[in-house]
Design a protein around this ligand. Structure first.
Ligand code: AMP
Ligand code: MG
Length: 435
């Protein structure tokens, strides 16, 4: 075997990870984090039976032979408390969200009623622009004709139907989505206990590299990896620290790596291969990093390395920009999400139909960068052109990574393939490959 399988390498990484402890964050900054504690409701919500409609709170027995004319005894808006009990032959005008008064057991929406004309006084008659039923109803107490028969509890929202005091409404381990933020606000959680985010450092290595701030030199290779990796980390909601570029010189590299080992996670790109100037692995080992694996049977990404230090998880990523990014997707992203308490760590996969033949002549799992389109109901995956590991454009255009099994002899146009989605915030619990 040409290195560890992708699945075995992923397992090794996830087994080495752990959550990083917890912290309290204001609700305004909680989106995307993971709850570290159960959250309970601190009240019944709604706090009493409320109307689901603008209309009339009635006694259902009174309308059993509708139409029926009822006397309106009160107007109840959301925020009001009813002051009267609805007796036989009576009703209360009620607005959505307002408490249902004593005596009433159902609500009739305003559309199923009509004002009784003889109750209109001259100054309660509709004015121009007030012809609709709601504005007319708003003006008058009096009598109303109910035109429908309803069952008891019609259009009443039960006290506590949304949440009941004391019940666990969100469990520890829940990812905080916008809906969860709404729930947290509803229980007045101004701050929430979440898993801490890792502090991530990124280091590029190579004498040939030119930093973004350095003067243009046509003979150099611009440092793309620092920034592509930065963006991949940012996409997970974490702000990384860029350490810059280490030269291919053991002493300088050592100093830079030492800085990186102050962080929870260190991403080093380049210098992990077999070149005589690839000092990253031996230097990491000299600094006490225990290397867990080196080389994964994948393409791109073969010279990927992973190690652990007392404080730090260290990923030695290949220098080729596409390899570095693909290795991030397969190993670093899941590891970072694991450390933040997510159970959905891996990119979501979809099944698509391959648009054209793709050859496969080696024994490594291959990640082909694809765009996704639709043909009828089917998703169609089209490779993003030249797939060399230095051709970053293939990654820039990609919506997904199509996974080709190590033993595959190639995939023909029209065959079903598994694609890991690169965009969005969708993740899944199982690694989604075909290896
Ligand atoms: P290495 O793994 O150091 O042998 O690098 C493999 C290839 O990736 C070489 O062609 C490097 O120039 C290139 N490379 C390494 N690091 C970077 C980087 N930060 N940005 C762009 N290309 C890089
Ligand atoms: Mg290098």
């Amino acid at each position: 075997m040409d290195g560890l399988t992708v699945a075995a390498a992923q397992q090794c990484v996830i087994e080495a990870m752990k959550q990083l402890g917890t912290e309290s964050v204001p609700l305004q900054q909680a989106l995307g984090r993971v709850l570290a504690e159960d959250v309970r409701a601190n009240r019944d919500q709604p706090p009493y039976d409320v109307s689901a409609m603008d209309g009339f709170a009635i006694r259902s027995a009174d309308v059993a032979n509708a139409p029926a004319v009822l006397e309106i005894i009160e107007d109840i808006k959301a925020g009001d408390m009813p002051s009267k009990t609805v007796q036989a032959g009576q009703c209360a005008r009620i607005m959505t969200g307002a408490p249902v008064p004593q005596g009433a057991d159902a609500v009739i929406r305003v559309e199923d009623t009509q004002v009784v004309a003889d109750t209109l006084s001259p100054n309660s008659l509709p004015q121009a622009g007030e012809r609709d039923a709601v504005s007319l109803h708003e003006k008058i107490l009096g009598r109303v004709q109910i035109n429908v028969v309803v069952k008891s509890r019609n259009d009443i929202r039960d006290r506590g139907e949304n949440m009941k005091q004391g019940e666990v409404v969100l469990q520890a381990g829940t990812e905080i989505t916008p809906g969860v933020v709404g729930m947290l606000a509803m229980v007045k959680a101004a701050s929430v206990q979440v898993y801490r985010q890792p502090r991530v450092a990124i280091l590029s290595t190579g004498d040939e590299l030119e930093g973004l701030d350095e003067p243009f030199d046509a003979n150099k290779i611009p440092d793309a990896n620092s920034y592509a990796l930065m963006a991949q980390v940012q996409a997970l909601g974490i702000t990384p620290v860029l350490l810059g570029i280490a030269r291919d010189e053991p002493e300088h590299l050592k100093q830079m790596l030492q800085r990186g080992l102050q962080f929870d996670v260190l991403l080093v790109s380049g210098g992990t291969s077999v070149g005589v100037h690839d000092y990253v692995r031996p230097t990491l080992e000299a600094l006490g990093v225990q290397m867990k694996f080196w080389r994964v049977a994948m393409k791109p990404g073969h010279p990927m390395a992973f190690g652990v230090a007392p404080l730090t998880w260290v990923f030695g990523l290949p220098g080729n920009p596409v390899s570095s990014m693909v290795c991030f997707e397969e190993f670093v992203g899941p590891a970072l999400r694991c450390s933040m308490g997510h159970s959905r760590m891996f990119r979501r996969t979809v099944t698509a139909r391959l648009a054209r033949d793709v050859k496969h002549k080696h024994s490594r799992t291959e990640f082909v960068r694809v765009m996704l389109g639709k043909e009828g109901d089917a998703l169609v995956a089209t490779p993003t052109g030249e797939q060399g590991s230095g051709i970053l454009r293939s990654m820039a255009m990609a919506e997904g990574l199509m996974v080709i099994h190590a033993t595959s002899k190639g995939v023909a146009a029209g065959e079903q393939v598994t694609v890991q989605l690169l965009d969005g915030t969708e993740f899944q619990t199982e690694a989604g490959g075909n290896w």
